[in-house]
Design a protein around this ligand. Structure first.
Ligand code: FMN
Ligand code: ADP
Length: 312
């Protein structure tokens, strides 16, 4: 998949006929997967499947909606998932509020002028700016571009939206997150050095760097899976206990994601790892001394191993 980044001064140019999907696609959740499926069904021979996404969420750009500052799938994760879903091109529009001289959707429409767009598929709710979206639909109609708006997909009666998934992640509700994403919530980063205390406590924990762009789960201990990357692909999976939070027991302040891999020993520094959250186990606690912390971690390990052996 080729990614083409465009800023406000550039214009997209592409000669190949397209089926174009427009949307922000944070999470690449089950609703997004249905939209892409519909787009693939509508595609004709000789066309490619392109997605037009935005570097910053339009609601963040237009309305400063704080909810969209952090991502379920930051850019790298999103591109990887879209590629696996058959997307051939990703147009990455870098826009700021000042770049939009007219309305948001007029701006988007202008971006189409040097593309051969045969049809557009988008999800209900990706209109961002309702009034100008109606105008956009009229402009597409006038131009002979057929637009399909796919209704929101429901899972167990819940309409899937990135906002709902973000809220569930923040609340540590990993079962519904898993159901709506179609996979567990996963944070990918590089293993960095910590305070080297874990090994002394008998619980070495890999520390994940670069998590700032992710929406993160509430502090607590989680059960999960760690995938270790080798040459760009995951080569090993390990059951894991995840500690996410501020670590009050060791006077920590910064939110960290750490993982103690069950029955693993080895050196993981500088490796890329994907930490998937399966289940919330307990709240993060403060302890008067390290012995009490270790005692609790031992209980967590027994509980984690028991849960992993169950069919849930
Ligand atoms: C299973 C598990 C449970 C943990 N629970 C807590 C906790 O409740 N409170 C806390 O402050 N830290 C908790 N931690 C984090 C430890 O304090 C941390 O891993 C330890 O200080 C080692 O840090 P280091 O990797 O920087 O050496 C937990 C870690 C693990 C692996
Ligand atoms: N079972 C394990 N789970 C996680 N990391 C492990 C494990 N066994 C060995 N390690 C290694 O130990 C490191 C963590 O040890 P720790 O003392 O907590 O140091 P740090 O504070 O630098 O994270 C990991 O980065 C990894 O290289």
């Amino acid at each position: 998949m080729e990614m083409i980044t465009v800023n406000e001064k550039q214009q997209l140019v592409e000669a190949t006929p397209l089926t174009l999907v427009i949307g922000n696609f944070d999470g690449v959740h089950k609703g997004h997967q249905v939209i892409l499926q519909k787009a693939r069904e509508q595609m004709k021979d000789g066309e490619i499947l392109a997605v037009m996404g935005f570097a910053d969420h339009p609601l963040w750009v237009l309305k400063n909606d704080q909810d969209f500052d952090k991502k379920i799938t930051p850019e790298q994760d999103k591109l990887h998932l879209l590629e696996r879903l058959g997307v051939d091109r990703y147009y990455h529009l870098k826009i700021t509020k000042d770049d939009i001289k007219t309305t948001f959707w007029e701006f988007v429409f202008e971006q189409l002028s040097n593309l051969k767009v045969n049809r557009i598929v988008m999800g209900e709710g990706a209109d961002y700016d309702e009034a100008s979206h109606t105008e956009f639909l009229n402009l597409c109609d006038w131009q002979g571009i057929e637009v399909t708006v796919v209704p929101k997909v429901k899972v167990n009666g819940t309409k899937i939206s990135s906002r709902t998934i973000r809220d569930y992640i923040k609340e540590g509700l990993m079962d519904p997150v898993h159901a709506l994403l179609g996979r567990p919530f996963t944070v990918t980063g590089t293993v960095v050095h910590g305070e080297k205390m874990g090994r002394k406590l008998g619980f070495p924990t890999l520390n994940l760097g670069e998590v700032d762009s992710y929406v993160v789960p509430k502090p607590g201990v989680y059960l999960g899976i760690v995938g270790i990357h080798e040459d760009g692909v995951i080569s090993e999976y390990w059951n894991t206990l995840i500690s996410a939070g501020y670590r009050p027991a060791v006077n920590g302040h910064r939110y960290l994601i750490e993982a103690h891999l069950l029955n693993f020993s080895g050196d993981l520094y500088d490796k890329t790892v994907s930490v998937s959250f399966l289940r919330f186990m307990r709240e993060e606690l403060n302890f008067d001394n390290l012995d009490d912390l270790v005692e609790q971690m031992e209980k967590d390990k027994i509980e984690g191993e028991k849960l992993m052996g169950q069919n849930w």
